[in-house]
Design a protein around this ligand. Structure first.
Ligand code: SF4
Length: 529
């Protein structure tokens, strides 16, 4: 549904702030593609764009693709911005630019919902999810689009049920410029891991869309040209297991109907390994990747962070089980925990070897506002300012430099080309081989898709296979894939591997942040607030 009953039309410019270099956005892979420039289309802003009254003209600009221009600001009557903490500087910069045109600027999304005080310059703060605050904001702008004299804070008390969410305005985004498509079925997570802000922001009882909505969204994504991978951005795909089981038959049916046009991925807790009935259906629906927040292989650490559910099956056994259903595990890892010891880095590297997981996002612990971790560290006087050269706002129990050095060493060793490609080879042999055999979809057979593949192959062969300094390791892997006729697998693994190798090299010499949340190296790229 849309906001309705509003007669006066307003022109709204929705601007999504730029990301800068980050492990999780894969930008080192972009030059090997056919023109990808950004990670995923922003769900939240595209949802708001779709929710605005039908007669309101909306313009959407993702600054990862192009900056909002003078002409955009001159066209608009008000500006909407949304983003995460790491985009804080960029969001404040968009506000500053919009104010230069005397436009009212509203901010919503996860960062302002957790920390309204990060955004003193905005005219409207939209705190919380889509709901009565959104309707209030629309009504105020309809009455008067000029900047209010004082900042107005609108808090959602009554959330719009997700079953009433409109289809995100995917048609406004240039979908071919994104690395992955994205979709959301649920919001919230029943667990309460100490460091995580999801339960505080979105609740412990996951809210849901209907399977029919998801099918309609997939149809729309397909109409908008998405044919590759689509990521379920749900905080925990099995946060409500019954809901996952309700959705999966619809996904299977859709994939069969469309010729398995999409490869699906999601985030889920590791205890999914105890649910063969879910895993089997995920295999049939062609889920190929599951991101699991493993965080640490140390059971004491998992207990201390209230992530006991990761121990419902032995971790390596859980990973093997998921792999046996054809799904590669991507793992989140945290270093700098209170339970860490001097030998934690070595134990982590051993875990990387044992698990054969190619892609692990290894981050330093960062305390996010509105989390139990934040509250505890505040009580203990261990929150520190990360604005001045630190990679984390946590006073670790081990010396800071020791933790950062250990992180750098882990990045360097885990992503040595020969080690990384060996792990991808393992996945080819033991995981990808367990996937269902899917037909070649009409989209895949299309000339546009073949051309896309050829461009990527050319880039990979030229930039990695000819000029890359790890070309020997690359060719060993690539020739194996070519012998199996697995061009798609070759392209996918090579793109990811290139990003991981390049990012890890930069990280190991201190040119990348040790936390996805740290803005240390991100500040320089935009004017100061
Ligand atoms: S399981 Fe994941 S989403 Fe849920 S609280 Fe823990 S870290 Fe957050």
């Amino acid at each position: 549904m849309r906001a309705d009953g509003i007669e006066t039309a307003r022109r709204i410019l929705c601007v999504f702030p730029r990301y800068t270099s980050s492990f999780g956005t894969f930008e080192y892979a972009y030059p090997l593609t056919d023109g990808v420039q950004a990670f995923m289309p922003p769900q939240g802003l595209l949802l708001i764009a779709a929710y605005l009254p039908e007669n309101w003209p909306v313009r959407f600009v993702d600054e990862n693709l192009r900056p909002a221009t003078k002409e955009d600001f001159e066209w608009a009557e008000a500006v909407f911005v949304s983003g995460m903490h790491i985009q804080r500087q960029q969001m404040n910069d968009i506000c500053r630019r919009a104010h230069a045109f005397d436009l009212a600027v509203a901010i919503g999304g996860p960062s302002v919902s957790a920390c309204p005080d990060y955004y003193p310059s905005f005219d409207y703060l939209h705190v919380g999810e889509l709901g009565d605050a959104t309707n209030d904001l629309i009504a105020r702008l309809a009455r008067d689009p000029s900047r209010p004299e004082q900042q107005v804070v609108l808090k959602t008390a009554d959330r719009l049920p997700m079953t009433e969410f409109p289809l995100p305005a995917y048609e406004m985004a240039e979908m071919s410029k994104y690395f992955l498509g994205s979709i959301q079925y649920s919001s919230g997570c029943p667990y309460q891991c100490e460091f995580c802000d999801i339960p505080g922001l979105y609740g412990r009882n996951p809210r849901l869309k209907s399977p029919e909505q998801i099918i309609a969204e997939l149809d729309k994504l397909r109409e908008c040209g998405v044919t590759g991978s689509v990521y379920f951005v749900d905080d925990n795909f099995i946060g409500n297991r019954k809901a996952a089981l309700d959705l999966l038959p619809h996904l299977i049916e859709w994939q069969k109907r469309t010729g398995y046009v999409m490869r699906l991925a999601c985030e889920a807790t590791l205890n999914i390994a105890k649910r063969p009935e879910i895993l089997e259906k995920m295999r049939e629906a062609f889920f190929v990747t599951v991101f699991c927040g493993i965080e640490t292989p140390d059971p004491d650490a998992l207990k201390a962070m209230h992530k006991d559910h990761n121990m419902m099956v032995p971790i390596l056994e859980g990973i093997n089980t998921i792999n046996s259903y054809g799904m590669e595990v991507v793992s989140g890892i945290i270093m700098g925990l209170d339970t860490d010891k001097p030998e934690t880095g070595d134990a982590l590297l051993q875990f990387v070897e044992d698990s054969q997981i190619p892609l692990l996002t290894i981050n330093l612990l960062q305390a996010l506002p509105k989390t139990p971790l934040w509250d505890r560290l505040e009580r203990e006087g261990r929150l520190v300012n990360d604005d001045d050269g630190r990679d984390s706002n946590v006073e670790f129990l081990l010396p800071y430099n020791q933790v950062v050095d250990s992180w750098r060493k882990c990045m360097e060793v885990a992503y040595k080309p020969e080690k990384l490609f060996a792990r991808y080879q393992y996945q080819c042999d033991y995981t990808y081989s367990q996937r269902i055999k899917v037909p070649v979809s009409p989209e895949q057979k299309s000339w546009a898709n073949i051309k896309r593949g050829l461009i990527m192959l050319k880039n990979i062969f030229w930039k990695v296979g000819v000029f890359g300094d790890y070309r020997r390791v690359f060719w060993k892997f690539a020739l194996g894939r070519l012998r199996h006729g697995d061009i798609e697998g070759l392209i996918a693994s090579s793109l990811l591997a290139h990003h991981l190798i390049m990012f890890a090299r930069a990280a190991s010499v201190g040119q990348q942040n040790a936390s996805n949340y740290s803005i240390r190296l991100r500040e320089a790229s935009v004017p100061a607030e």
